[in-house]
Design a protein around this ligand. Sequence first.
Ligand code: KG4
Ligand code: ZN
Length: 343
Amino acid sequence: MLVLGIESSCDETGVALVDAAGAGVPVLLSHALHSQIDMHQAYGGVVPELASRDHIRRVLPLATQVMGEAGRTLGEVDVVAYTRGPGLAGALLVGAGVACALGAALDRPVIGVHHLEGHLLSPFLSADPPAFPFVALLVSGGHTQLMRVDGVGRYELLGETIDDAAGEAFDKSAKLMGLGYPGGPALSRLAREGDAAAFKLPRPLLHSGDLDFSFAGLKTAVLTQAKKLGDTLEARKADLAASTEAAIVEVLLKKSLAALKQTGLKRLVVAGGVGANWLLRTQLNEACARAGVRVHYPELHLCTDNGAMIAMAGAMRLQAQMQTASKAYAFDVKPRWPLTEVA
Ligand code: KG4
Ligand code: ZN
C-alpha cells in the first residue's frame, strides 16, 4: 500500500511516499521538504497568508519530485494522507484541498491526519523504532505534552503546558536576544559557547508534583535579565542563551523522568522540533541510561515538520484499523484539535 503524505500546517511544505506492506512498519520511499524560513525571516515570525500562498506554489512540484525519486507514478498511490490539524487554517486548507483533489483525480481515498500524531509516530521511521507502550514527550513549537501511548490512537494525556510551549520559550527568548526566527536552533547554537550557570533562571513547576509545564514565567525572567544587562547584553548573550536552554531542558528532563516513574514504563519517545535539541538529547540519554530506560528519537532531519511523518501516521492508522480512508473528498480542517480526540 503506497501512502502519499502532505504536510502544510505551518511554515514547511512536506511531501513523502511510504510503503506499508501487511502489518510491518511502513517504509519511507522518498520525501521532499520546502522550508519557508527565509521568507518569514524578514517579519520575525510566520505570516499566515504568505505561508498559505507558498504552500500552493510548492506542494505539487514537491509531489512530482517525491514520485520521481521513488521511481513511482501518482497512478500507483493507494491513499493520500494530509495534515487535517492543528495548525494555521489557511495553510492546512492548501494541503487538504490538494490531497482531496489528487484523490478525486486518481480515484483514491484520502485520510486526514493529526499533526502531533505525525510527530509522535515519527520515531517509527528511524533505524531504531520504538515498541508500544511508551511515554512520549511531545515538544513542538506550539505544544508541550507528556502522553502515555499504548498503541496507534491510544493516547492518554499525562501533563501539558499551562501557557507557552517549550519551543515557544526557545523562540521568544531568542527573539528578545535578537537571534531571529526560528530562534530555537539559533539559541541552542549560541548556548554552546556560553556558561549555563551564569544566570539563575526559574525552573517553573519543577516541583509541582504533577506533570504539567509552564514556560511563560521563564521568558519573562529572560526578558528581565536582558534588560538588566543593557549594553552588556551583547557580550553576555551566549551565557544567557546557555542559561535559558539549561532551564528549559532541566524541566523537560525531570518531568519526563517523573512520567516514566508514574507509569512504570521503561521506554521514552521524544518528538517534535525541540527534540532536535542536542542538550536535551545528551541529558536524556544519560539520565535514561542510568534509569534503565530506552529512549527513541526521530532522525534529526525528521524532528521538525515534514511529510514523512504524515504519510507514516496515515499508514499506521490504516494498518491499525483506527481510521478508514474515504472517497468523500469533503474536507475540513481543524486548526485547534487536541490529540486525545483522535482515537
Ligand atoms: O515540531 P515543529 O517543527 O513545529 C511545530 O509543530 O510547532 O517545532 C518547531 C519548534 C520551534 O519552536 C523551534 O524553535 C524548535 O522546534 N526547535 C528547536 C531546535 N530545533 C527546532 N528548539 C531548540 N533546539 C533546537 N535544536
Ligand atoms: Zn510540528
